[in-house]
Ligand binder design. Structure first.
Ligand code: GRF
Length: 195
């Protein structure tokens, strides 16, 4: 059984779907949900769902990314994860941290990578006049939002869309894609999921 730690920064809607899916014949189980924000709503949800939680406030480490990561590593390594899922985790991780888990750390990004790495992905897709948008689950590498894709889901960009309406349409697919990718990844299969 693979041990999965999930890192969040906010409500954790993707984390919740991952927890809900890790049952039955799924080859992974959650061992920790951790956040850089002690107020993250997802922490209470994870606790309600019986998963151990941890929080390390990144604001306690101003201009000290390495110090924050050192503190985060404590509960993270104690959970002995085989796989780490970044799910709405909004901190950029240093190459040192990434290299510790490279090849077994996943992230979900709300665009059809390699298009639109970084922020404001939906507004950028609309501004570019794209007919399609979507989300990507990828392996995390030191370069932001640039690792090998493990799955993608596409949605249409509709006339009259704004960033909020497109984000809502993409989020529905994120909630389908991430669990499907984690299921496949936990079984050792690296074939990309296409939804
Ligand atoms: C989602 O749009 C996700 O793509 C991005 O963070 C947003 C919130 O995710 N990574 P969640 O609801 O906290 O899982």
């Amino acid at each position: 059984m693979k041990r999965v730690a999930i890192l969040i920064s906010g409500g954790g809607s993707n984390m919740i779907r991952l927890l809900q899916d890790m049952t039955g014949d799924h080859l992974a189980r959650p061992v920790l949900v951790a956040s850089n924000d002690p107020q993250a709503g997802g922490l209470a949800r994870a606790a309600q769902m019986g998963v151990p939680t941890a929080a390390v406030d990144h604001r306690a480490f101003p201009r000290d990314r390495a110090g924050f990561e050192q503190a985060l590593l404590e509960p993270l390594l104690a959970a002995e994860p085989d796989i780490i899922c970044l799910a709405g985790f909004m901190r950029i991780l240093t190459p040192d941290f990434v290299q510790r888990f490279q090849g077994r750390m996943l992230n979900i990004h709300p665009s059809l990578l390699p298009k639109y790495p970084g922020l404001d992905t939906h507004a950028r897709a609309i501004a570019a006049g794209d007919a399609q948008a979507g989300c990507t689950v990828h392996l995390v590498t030191p370069e932001l939002d640039a690792g090998p894709p493990l799955g993608q889901a596409r949605v249409p960009v509709l006339p009259g869309d704004d960033a909020a309406t497109l984000a809502a349409r993409v989020l529905v697919q994120e909630h389908r894609l991430y669990p499907a990718v984690l299921r496949r990844f936990a079984s050792g299969d690296r074939t990309p999921v296409t939804l």
